[in-house]
Write a protein that binds this ligand. Structure first.
Ligand code: DQA
Length: 142
């Protein structure tokens, strides 16, 4: 059976490709996901996107059988103690990822309610941030 990794994208990330392309690029997440599935064909990649905080929490609770979770909680990163609590509540390791370099942006984005509960943070490598997180789960946690 293939190792299962779950990618969760939060609010507004369904608009990647058209949303603020100077910050987030021109590629849709679906396009990038196809490339990820080809590059990392040895794993089973599940993808979930929601603009709703509670749905992201429910999905984290359901991630028991996954080797790892790659979480881009979008703006909820900076506000949601509840998503941070959900990460803390599960034993599956979670990597926080961001497309943009949040430390290079407005002060509000320097705060994360999630990071302390995560295995690590990857920020600022564009969509390649997801590749880096996958490489970690495969090479180091493999
Ligand atoms: C983001 C950064 C967040 O500050 C922002 O609210 C997003 C996307 C990123 O991937 O760079 O929606 O998580």
């Amino acid at each position: 059976m293939k190792t299962k990794i779950l990618i969760i994208n939060g609010p507004n990330l369904n608009l990647l490709g058209s949303r603020e392309p100077s910050v987030y690029g021109n590629t849709t997440f679906e396009e990038h996901l196809t490339k990820l599935k080809n590059t990392f064909s040895e794993i089973e990649l599940e993808y979930f996107q929601s603009n709703i905080e509670g749905e992201i929490i429910d999905k984290l609770h359901a991630a028991k059988n996954h080797k790892g979770v790659i979480l881009n909680a979008g703006a909820y990163t900076h506000t949601s103690i509840a998503i941070g609590d959900a990460v803390a509540a599960i034993s599956t390791p979670v990597i926080e990822v961001h497309i943009s370099n949040v430390m290079n942006r407005e002060n509000d984005r320097h705060i994360s309610k999630i990071s302390r509960h995560c295995e690590g943070i990857i920020t600022g490598f564009g969509l390649y941030s997801y590749n880096l997180a996958l490489k970690y789960f495969i090479s180091v946690k493999g």
